[in-house]
Design a protein around this ligand. Sequence first.
Ligand SMILES: Nc1nc2c(ncn2[C@@H]2O[C@H](COP(=O)(O)OP(=O)(O)O)[C@@H](O)[C@H]2O)c(=O)[nH]1
Ligand SMILES: [Mg+2]
Length: 278
Amino acid sequence: MRFDSGIWFKAPSVCSDSLGMQPQHTTRLIGLTPMTIVPDDVIVIVPTYNEAENLEAIATAVRAHGYRLLVVDDGSPDGTGEIADTIATSDEGVAVLHRDTKAGLGKAYAAGFARAIELGGEVLCEMDADFSHDPADLPRLIAAIEEGADLAIGSRYVPGGGADDWPWHRRAISSGGNRYAALMLGFKVKDATAGFRAFRADAIRRLRPETCDASGYAFQVEMAWRASEAGLKIAEVPIRFRDREAGTSKMSPNIAIEAMGLVTRWGWQRRFGNSANR
Ligand SMILES: Nc1nc2c(ncn2[C@@H]2O[C@H](COP(=O)(O)OP(=O)(O)O)[C@@H](O)[C@H]2O)c(=O)[nH]1
Ligand SMILES: [Mg+2]
């Protein structure tokens, strides 16, 4: 594990069993508080909007680790919510939060975190339903929390990470957005837009996601920024992001515009006024 100006990341040589290397012993860093985690402590929150083709497989993959699953469905017209209910009926490790209308990824996660805390989760993960995030990588994120991180980010922009099969324009938006966020907000997180994460429940209580400005993907940046401003320990764990095979992306120009506008506003506030932890 390397410590890099406040953010530490696990270099591939110490953590990447899914990259074909043997896991090795990692050194404990001074100032970190390790925690012991059993699978039932972990709740993986998966927001869904029209993910009928993916849900059963993603649920099976999460439950294979013994982690609990919380699906947050925003009234998907394709029946994703009903599929989630059917899975939950036969598996008590699966819960479903239904919301009436599509209100954005950020709002879905804020509601999901609140429910996951009510359900007694100690480690709360964020993961997409579409296999862009490999459920096989979840144990590495959780291991980083176990070793002392408050927030572990599955990162495309640390050595060993990447988004190989993304079209060039998605890569440009993602890497440009990350650079812009780092510049405006003055933080060291390399992949602040990433949606594959694990948080300690205590970190979520401190960061109060329900008070975030962002409704869309800018939520990820806002939470990473809040975590950084609050002095939480952030680990970036390399992951290979894959493009979805089934279903369609909900990314839209409006979501990108919201993110750009908010990051610009926060950057101005940071220089001339309020801080992130409003
Ligand atoms: N509940 C909920 N889930 C959403 C919403 N927008 C996107 N998602 C889910 O968030 C995850 C990421 O969205 P996706 O469309 O794959 O974005 P992309 O990977 O950036 O193209 C997927 O599991 C989506 O189903 C929303 O408004 N509400
Ligand atoms: Mg996706």
